[in-house]
Design a protein. Structure first.
Length: 133
């Protein structure tokens, strides 16, 4: 439950983003919790923190992303795959657009690619694509 987002209590959302279709009802629910806690009129700025992979093709982007995440979390990538877009910047942006349309205003990418420069270039391309609509 998103009660943690509406009340001044410690906690975190966890690593997995909710599907974009759930964003509007969640925002209403959070606003209700905030009102009940005496925090009416809060100006929310919803964000998303997500792993993504860039590569010459979807297969290479997925392989690199899977290796990074499995190494870090010690779990098979299939546990995370549905939450982690990968491929060309256009494919990553396409996966993130529903979140932006649902009210997400900050998108933080943990990007993997063949090099740090490629990860930065991919993230910059996603930013440009999302800003363009």
């Amino acid at each position: 439950m998103p009660r943690w987002a509406a009340t001044p209590a410690p906690g975190s959302a966890g690593a997995a983003p909710r599907p974009a279709r759930a964003a509007a009802p969640r925002r209403r629910q959070i606003a209700g919790f905030a009102a009940a806690a005496g925090r009416d009129g809060t100006a929310w700025r919803h964000g998303l923190h997500v792993w993504c992979g860039f590569g010459a093709g979807r297969a290479s982007a997925r392989a690199r992303l899977a290796a990074e995440m499995e190494s870090l979390y010690g779990l098979p990538f299939d546990k995370f795959e549905r939450y982690c877009p990968y491929g060309a910047p256009e494919e990553v942006a396409d996966a993130l657009r529903p979140y932006v349309a649902a009210g997400c205003r900050s998108v933080n990418l943990i990007a993997t690619a063949a090099s740090a420069a490629d990860a930065v270039a991919g993230a910059e391309a996603v930013r440009a694509l999302l800003r363009a609509g």
